[in-house]
Design a protein around this ligand. Sequence first.
Ligand SMILES: Nc1ncnc2c1ncn2[C@@H]1O[C@H](COP(=O)(O)OP(=O)(O)OP(=O)(O)O)[C@@H](O)[C@H]1O
Ligand SMILES: [Mg+2]
Length: 283
Amino acid sequence: MAGQAHIIVIGNEKGGTGKSTVAMHLVVALLKMKASVGSIDLDARQATLSRYVENRRRRSDAGASLALPDHAAVPPTDDPARDEASFLEILYRQSALHDVVVIDTPGSDHPLSRLGHSFAQTLVTPLNDSFIDLDVLGKVDPVSMKIQRPSHYSEMVWETKKQRALRGERAVVEWFVLRNRLATLDARNKREMERLLGELSKRIGFKQLGGLGERVIYRELFLEGLTLLDLGSDTGLALSLSHVAARQELRLLVEGLGLHRFIPGALAGDSSTLSVTEGNPTP
Ligand SMILES: Nc1ncnc2c1ncn2[C@@H]1O[C@H](COP(=O)(O)OP(=O)(O)OP(=O)(O)O)[C@@H](O)[C@H]1O
Ligand SMILES: [Mg+2]
């Protein structure tokens, strides 16, 4: 890789697991930790991340003064070679300019998504807390409730590591699986998921991250171009107790990923800037 940036890919072949939401929250977390950040939307047909950034830019232009990433999308054409060349040009440019590049990918298998995955140094896979979502990582025997074998997305990750090794790059990829939309109830399902993910993580080599709860606020912030990390004094929008808990989950995510390692001059405790420091939250 030509540049110096650390490359974080958000991926899962299953749709709707929270990839774009997590991508935007990581981008803003990194910006708040004073990183210079590039972001690339490889799901430019749906363009959730691009529209999220656009909404943020609009709000910032209207006077909110919000930190923004250097964002680019790679809209798919009918010429895969051209799409690949456009992506590589953007990636090389952003890598040379920034500390971190965050890449959002589509919820389906696509050559451009595979190429993006092959550049991941950190891969984050958000996963809804359901056996349907687990199925893209590993096949579970419904009788014994044991993992039978790795599934198609896990195999794809393995293939993209090989793709990277073929380019002559050291294929060191830290793979994190992040449980998303965790319910407050349904303790049995949660426990089973935890057990199966634990089994699978040893088998295919990912680390499990604590997880983000199911919260309406994630859906509401998109049109505002804001993340949970912007609530409070930055924007004048009130923080509730539930938002405080959600922010704590995000902080644990940032710490779990060790993002400070990719920001020059940042220290392990620097993610504390993401916790709540202002005012009393409203219940
Ligand atoms: N923790 C959460 N709590 C509540 N809603 C959430 C949470 N995370 C994501 N969502 C919502 O779930 C939906 C899917 O999220 P998102 O678009 O980020 O997923 P995705 O994996 O990028 O989807 P796709 O595969 O279609 O690109 C959105 O409506 C989003 O607001
Ligand atoms: Mg998406």
